[in-house]
Design a binder for this molecule. Structure first.
Ligand SMILES: Cc1cc2nc3c(=O)[nH]c(=O)nc-3n(C[C@H](O)[C@H](O)[C@H](O)COP(=O)(O)OP(=O)(O)OC[C@H]3O[C@@H](n4cnc5c(N)ncnc54)[C@H](O)[C@@H]3O)c2cc1C
Length: 287
């Protein structure tokens, strides 16, 4: 339970942080809230010789609007997401998800950037970002670029980030006014990662689904975008038979690990159940 020795760095600009990451290469890791990285270090599953703490980068904090996009600094904490009025008005799904992550202690320190960059299939935000069509703003030695959340996750703890790159912001196209949304998460107890979870954002027109997007958490090595399931729902009134078909399509792409949360068969079935519940709640909220 004692991490290996490391040198602590506290840069005061993104350029300095990137410079340190480039200088120390594979021996260095960015540190955000530390609520995923420090436990990994204590278990010696991660042994970075250099920790580059991003806490001094004030530019990476806060929520702003840019046209119809919401731009959230990577170092914004999960607690700050819950408390932000603009976010609650424009993307209420984020508040709903944040409230289901761990407990207040973790949420006061854990950041959105750390949650999406970590690459742990158990993290809740990645599937939500995939559902929302978000992209990540990234800075590295080659400059800035944007990566779509739907292309970011390549395997467990394996992402499209190049060595030396940090996520600086998360950019979310604001869902249409009157959209319905829900995040349904099955967990064994408060503070647990998902056995399976489903995020839904949809719009309804004349009682029928006009648009729909679905993300699934912790039912594969990466978060999943259930594109086929959403297509099945489009144009429907979310009747029981169509929802059942969509749930089956979502289950068909699940490849969960077997762990203390259940067998792959159980977790796959629960993904379908979470989706069915999320669709019902999203429908009830859509105007
Ligand atoms: C008891 C407990 C329960 C938890 N339950 C949940 C849960 O239910 N759902 C959930 O989603 N999470 C859960 N977490 C994890 C928590 O949300 C973490 O805070 C989050 O996963 C990582 O955010 P962080 O800011 O702590 O990042 P850190 O732990 O500091 O970093 C995580 C990883 O991302 C990298 N990183 C961090 N920031 C950046 C960046 N800006 N650019 C590039 N790389 C970066 C780090 O190098 C590291 O590899 C739990 C944690 C604990 C301790």
């Amino acid at each position: 339970m004692i991490p290996g020795a490391f040198t602590y760095h506290r840069p005061s600009s993104v350029a300095e942080a990137v410079g340190l990451l480039v200088q120390h290469g594979e021996d260095a890791r960015p540190l955000a809230g530390g609520h995923s990285l420090i436990p990994m270090m204590k278990l010696r599953l991660a042994t970075p010789a250099h920790l580059i703490d991003l806490a001094g980068l004030k530019d990476l904090k806060g929520v702003a609007t840019d046209g119809s996009d919401i731009v959230i600094g990577a170092m914004t904490t999960q607690h700050e997401l819950i408390a932000d009025g603009t976010l609650t008005a424009k993307v209420p799904l984020l508040r709903e998800v944040s409230l289901q992550i761990a407990d207040p202690q973790v949420r006061y320190v854990g950041t959105l950037g750390g949650n999406v960059a970590n690459g742990d299939p158990g993290n809740d935000m990645p599937a939500v970002m995939i559902c929302l069509g978000a992209s990540y703003e990234v800075t590295g030695k080659g400059g800035k670029r944007r990566i779509a959340a739907r292309e970011f996750y390549q395997g467990a703890y394996f992402t499209a980030l190049e060595p030396g790159e940090i996520v600086t912001a998360i950019r979310i196209p604001a869902p249409a006014a009157g959209h319905g949304y829900a995040y349904e998460k099955l967990k064994r107890k408060v503070g647990d990662y998902a056995t399976a979870a489903a995020a839904v954002v949809l719009t309804m027109n004349g009682g029928r689904v006009a648009t729909c997007s679905i993300g699934l958490t912790n039912v594969a090595e990466t978060p999943l975008w259930a594109e086929e399931a959403a297509k099945i729902l489009n144009g429907s009134g979310l009747d029981a038979a169509t929802v059942k078909k969509a749930a089956a399509a979502a289950e068909a792409i699940c490849r969960p690990a077997s762990d203390r949360r259940g067998t792959p068969q159980y977790r796959t079935k629960m993904a379908g159940v979470m989706l069915t519940r999320a669709l019902a709640r999203a429908k009830s909220r859509a105007r």
